[in-house]
Design a protein around this ligand. Structure first.
Ligand code: SF4
Length: 233
């Protein structure tokens, strides 16, 4: 097994800021959003509207701050035992021997998505794409995220090996969800990504959740007109 720190993937990629949507980028004339936004989309579309179209800010929650720290710790530990390599070298080695890569930047121009994949196991038989999460229950929004990483990886590397998407409890070896990235899963995530692009282009309205429990934990609940706790913006 070899730990590889991929060092060449984001060179020569020219991303520009979208003029109206905060955090949205444009890559060769095509809108490109962060795959992590799919998590917000699944939680409440209106949250995305408030944060990225209205430009409302809210402090990070305690669990977000904790997550960032734990993430950094894992990354630092990994780097201490990894050797730098290009993506092409890592793929080549992995046909003979398992490689592990962390925090690999991936971008798909075709689908207009980008992000950092927490961990990738490339083995002679398959590719396993892992996203670390704080809990051990697989929510649809997290599954969407992992599918989008699989899609971006498949689209950009064209690697023919089967791809498996997995969710792992952060800081542990516990993989609590995994699935084959098959045609059905690919179709479903393509539809979700299309919806996101339509929302960001203003072609469809952002829907708000009707689940009061979500509003209770939402960072924007004091600024959202649809929260039972909030004041009108
Ligand atoms: S308060 Fe509720 S409706 Fe408003 S953005 Fe948050 S989750 Fe959505």
């Amino acid at each position: 097994m070899k730990n590889k720190s991929i060092n060449n993937y984001n060179s020569n990629i020219n991303l520009t800021k979208h003029p109206k949507v905060k955090g949205l980028k444009v890559y060769d004339g095509i809108n490109n959003f962060s795959i992590s936004w799919l998590n917000k989309l699944g939680y409440c579309e209106y949250q995305l509207y408030l944060e990225h179209l209205k430009g409302i800010t809210a402090p990070d929650t305690k669990s977000m701050k904790k997550g960032t720290q734990e993430h950094q710790k894992l990354e630092d530990n990994f780097k201490a035992h990894a050797t730098p390599a290009t993506l092409e070298e890592t793929i080549e080695i992995s046909h003979e021997e398992k490689t592990i890569t962390r925090e690999m930047f991936i971008i798909s121009k075709k689908y207009g998505i980008r992000g950092f994949i927490d961990e990738i196991w490339m083995t002679p038989e398959n590719i396993v794409i892992i996203d670390d999460k704080p809990g051990k229950r697989a929510y649809k929004s997290q599954i969407d995220q992992i599918r989008a990483y699989c899609l971006a990886f498949k689209d950009t590397t064209k690697d023919p090996r089967p791809i498996i998407g997995a969710l792992r409890q952060r800081g542990t070896p516990n993989i609590f969800y995994k699935e084959n990235f098959d045609e059905t899963n690919q179709y479903n995530i393509e539809q979700t990504i299309k919806r996101m692009h339509s929302l960001l282009k203003g072609e469809k309205p952002f829907m708000h959740t009707k689940n009061p429990n979500k509003c209770k934990s939402c960072r924007f609940n004091t600024q959202c007109q649809y929260s039972s706790k909030g004041e009108k913006v």
